[in-house]
Design a protein around this ligand. Structure first.
Ligand code: 5GP
Ligand code: ZN
Length: 140
């Protein structure tokens, strides 16, 4: 528990939130500034800043929660699709430094069909260096 962290305070119940799922280690609640109706944030209760700092088992369990949320959005809200997004690090637009997964339902009535690729334009330089970067990044 980090007393300055708004999501830790939400976990503790000090700050109110609309909870949609909870178990011993996780919480999923509605984003206060929803990008669509049913926009959920899924978090581990433990204060961890970014995804890469989670253990392998912890991250797997967090994504099972994401899956439960996605199922509920389809079944209960009539979502036809959803975006799963996680901003990690200030440079990536992370505002709250407590790891969270956005699950944003998408509905037929919404005009925009914009997906993740609309967030950042194609980087031409990166496009021209695919082979080189692939070799550098290869994970054994
Ligand atoms: P990110 O850190 O990925 O940029 O986004 C943080 C998200 O947390 C935003 O979408 C914002 O609307 C949401 N948020 C910030 N403060 C609160 C809060 O006090 N309650 C809830 N439910 N959501 C919040
Ligand atoms: Zn926290």
């Amino acid at each position: 528990m980090e007393s300055e962290c708004i999501f830790c305070r939400i976990v503790d119940g000090e700050v109110p939130s609309v909870r949609v799922y909870e178990d011993g280690e996780h919480l999923a609640f509605l984003d206060a500034n929803p990008r669509s109706e049913g926009h959920v944030l899924a978090i581990p209760k433990e204060h961890i800043t970014t995804l890469d700092e989670l253990g392998d088992e912890e991250i797997a369990k967090l994504f099972v929660v994401v899956k439960r949320v996605a199922e509920a959005l389809k079944e209960r809200m009539g979502a036809e699709g959803y975006n799963v997004v996680s901003n990690n690090g200030e440079i990536a637009g992370q505002v709250i430094p407590h790891v969270h997964i956005h699950v944003v339902p998408r509905y037929a009535a919404q005009e925009s069909r914009a997906g993740f690729e609309s967030v950042l334009p194609v980087d031409r330089k990166a496009k021209s260096r695919l082979e080189e970067v692939g070799a550098r990044l290869k994970i054994q």
